[in-house]
Design a protein around this ligand. Structure first.
Ligand code: SF4
Ligand code: SF4
Length: 306
């Protein structure tokens, strides 16, 4: 288990609950790299999280994987240890209502495209589960790349019509690795770089389309304009070069050891990061007021939703 007895405060953490998943999505950041860690017994895992919560004063925990809802009992017990929780799921297993938790379901396209990216029938399964779940709030998390960027507008329009318990959609951009190698059991590893990674021009065009959509869907689309602005190629490097994700967030693998520099894996190409975190930070550094950024503090944003 991660040993840092200096008691550094980490407001947030994210942990891999399991290395199991029923899907093998084209853009997956977990299966594209090899992992040495092995799944711990539930009791030991939860005990370790309790120690880390107390030691680092963790407020918010993200439950990831693999598919965290492959271990629903562990997640259900684990959420009780934290004030706030984020469940990152593919939505194809029953979606439980959990204490103080925001559920993020990965949705990567309109029906046809989502099924191409994530596997046949996955879109329909999520929609079935949404009809019967008592979980709320639910947010759709979409990762854009070359295979799905064309359906951005259709996705936002269709998803915004679903209504409760879906509160909104958050758009991220596919983050590539610096180098790819063949991974046994994951056929997409060597294809990711050439097939999915957006060029800087394509990426800027996508961000500009998000700007426009924000006008029509100001509440449903969660991305903030000031953060999108920092993601543009002309600003991006100044944000990613100063990212301090590893200091703020305790990123943990299956054995509760640190994953560095972040949850996206050890080989990540930070220069093309598609996660909002470094860009929010840079917007703050440039003196953009919290008010202009909406609820920029992630913990505050979550509290508002619960
Ligand atoms: S559901 Fe998540 S963990 Fe599973 S293959 Fe897809 S991206 Fe990877
Ligand atoms: S991939 Fe993004 S969030 Fe992760 S460490 Fe690099 S810049 Fe920060």
């Amino acid at each position: 288990m991660y040993e840092n007895l200096t008691g550094i405060e980490h407001k947030s953490a994210i942990v891999d609950v399991t290395d199991q998943c029923n899907l093998r999505c084209k853009h997956c950041f977990y299966f594209r790299e090899e992992h040495e860690s092995k799944q711990m017994e539930a009791e030991e895992f939860l005990e370790g999280l309790k120690v880390l919560q107390e030691r680092h004063n963790i407020i918010s925990m993200g439950w990831s994987g693999g598919e965290p809802l492959f271990r629903p009992d562990v997640v259900a017990k684990g959420v009780k240890l934290f004030q706030l929780n984020q469940i990152f799921t593919n939505g194809t297993n029953p979606i439980p209502r959990l204490r103080r938790a925001v559920t993020f379901i990965s949705m990567d396209g309109t029906k046809e495209i989502h099924n191409e990216v994530r596997g046949k029938g996955t879109y329909e399964k999520v929609m079935e589960n949404l009809k019967i779940t008592k979980a709320k709030p639910i947010i759709f998390l979409a990762t854009f790349h070359r295979n799905n960027e064309h359906c951005l507008e259709d996705m936002v329009q269709q998803f915004s019509e679903i209504g409760a318990p879906v509160f909104g959609m958050f758009a991220m951009i596919f983050s590539p690795l610096k180098q790819y190698k063949k991974i046994e059991g994951y056929q997409h590893s060597v294809l990711q770089k050439n097939k999915l990674d957006l060029t800087w021009d394509e990426r800027d065009q996508l961000i500009n389309r998000l700007f426009e959509l924000k006008e029509s869907y100001p509440r449903f689309l969660f991305n903030e304009k000031v953060v999108l602005e920092m993601m543009l190629s002309k600003n991006s490097e100044s944000a990613t070069s100063k990212c301090n994700m590893s200091e703020r967030t305790l990123t943990l693998d299956l054995n509760l050891n640190r994953k560095l520099p972040c949850v996206l894996g050890s080989g990540i190409d930070c220069t093309k990061c598609g996660c909002p975190f470094p860009y929010e930070q840079e917007a703050r550094r440039r003196g953009l007021k919290e008010k202009e950024m909406g609820l920029a503090n992630p913990e505050e944003r979550m509290k508002k939703m619960l």
